[in-house]
Design a protein around this ligand. Sequence first.
Ligand code: AR6
Length: 170
Amino acid sequence: MVDPRIEIRQGDITKIRVDAIVNAANQSLLGGGGVDGAIHRAAGPRLLEACTALNGCPVGDAKITGGYDLPAKYVIHAVGPIWHGGLRNEKEMLASCYQKSLQLAVDHDCKTIAFPNISTGIYRFPKKEAAEVAIGKVRDFLTHHASIEKVVFVCFDEENLLTYQHFLDK
Ligand code: AR6
């Protein structure tokens, strides 16, 4: 089933002009490597200041800040699970990240939102399984939320791009 509100792009999420970009953060919310590091660098030091006031975030949940020097108005910091082989509710926690992020976006009147491929880098979540979870959750959420106009999956690496193209064509 194709929802015209879902888009895939390859590139750097810090460059995208949407209402909210999602960050693949860790529980401290105080920055790190990967997309988290890139977002903090591009948003400037006010982002770290805002994150410090949030007192961390549990796995499977998300918190929101401004976007500061980014083109995006907001950053939604989602904490994905570390992959441990799949027997520790990793899929459920990943699905919860997408659900909580989308709900925060709606609560802040965001109409356009961009996601990175949460947990598929340093946290080693298998890309195919992560894409199925992400696309499934976003499709389900969109059927119940007409206010969202666009969800962009920003794929940094080609393997993720091809995986998303494969599942979105189904
Ligand atoms: N734009 C879009 N996607 C990106 C970018 C970018 N600029 N840079 C990397 N990616 P990762 P995780 C992709 O490792 O696995 C941090 O240290 C990357 O190719 O950033 O959730 C946090 O603080 C991959 O597909 O996040 C946590 O400690 C995806 O983003 C930990 O890493 C996610 O990779 C979180 O690990």
